[in-house]
Design a protein around this ligand. Structure first.
Ligand code: FMN
Length: 174
């Protein structure tokens, strides 16, 4: 399997845009943009996010006791880009505030999921951070979506009249 075939296929799979944060033992904040977030188990409540082993944040996250997943909302694409950028202070903009577990969170996020580290699973060139959910925060904001290597957002009732309505096929139409 060629890398490009897999990345081209996965680019066509829409996913959430998250910023995952933690704080290390010295009080330093760490964060990275990730679209690999998904739920794993209800009992116990587990979620996961995949982190590239070459990332500058890898050591901090694989050693972390806790982490916070911020599911970004429509309009937060600047935050997503900044937390994916190398060689900068991703927190310098000052838009992350202490949230669940005291970890850095985006007040504009549509969902925040606070986790204790359940396990770190070795998976090829990535580590899978499996978190046990200890707290959540949700609101009605529209989520940001990553699709075809671009940021998008799902059409909602608020978009009525600005997007082509989807044709609903009833069983009788088949
Ligand atoms: C939309 C988007 C989604 C991303 N998803 C992931 C991901 O799930 N896992 C990951 O390790 N890196 C992901 N990245 C890349 C990281 O955010 C970051 O750019 C990379 O870890 C390099 O950062 P470094 O300078 O800390 O090494 C994503 C980047 C973008 C823009």
């Amino acid at each position: 399997m060629e890398h490009t075939a897999l990345t081209q296929a996965m680019a066509r799979v829409p996913g959430p845009v998250t910023v995952v944060t933690t704080i290390d033992g010295t009080g330093k904040r760490w964060g990275f943009t990730a679209n690999s977030f998904t739920s794993v188990s209800l009992d116990p409540p587990l979620v996961l996010v995949c982190l590239n082993k070459t990332a500058s944040t890898h050591e901090a996250f694989t050693a972390a006791d806790h982490f916070l997943i911020n599911v970004l909302a429509h309009g937060e694409d600047g935050v997503a880009r900044r937390f994916a950028q190398s060689g900068i202070d991703r927190f310098a903009a000052g838009d992350m505030e202490p949230c669940e577990l005291g970890l850095p969170g985006s007040p504009g996020a549509c969902v925040r999921v606070a986790c204790s580290m359940h396990s770190v699973v070795d998976a090829g060139d990535h580590s899978i951070l499996v978190g046990r959910v200890v707290d959540t925060c949700t609101n009605d904001r529209t989520p940001l979506v990553y699709y075809n290597r671009a940021f998008a957002h799902p059409a909602t009732a608020a978009d009525a009249g600005t997007v082509e309505p989807v044709k609903i096929l009833h069983l009788a139409d088949w």
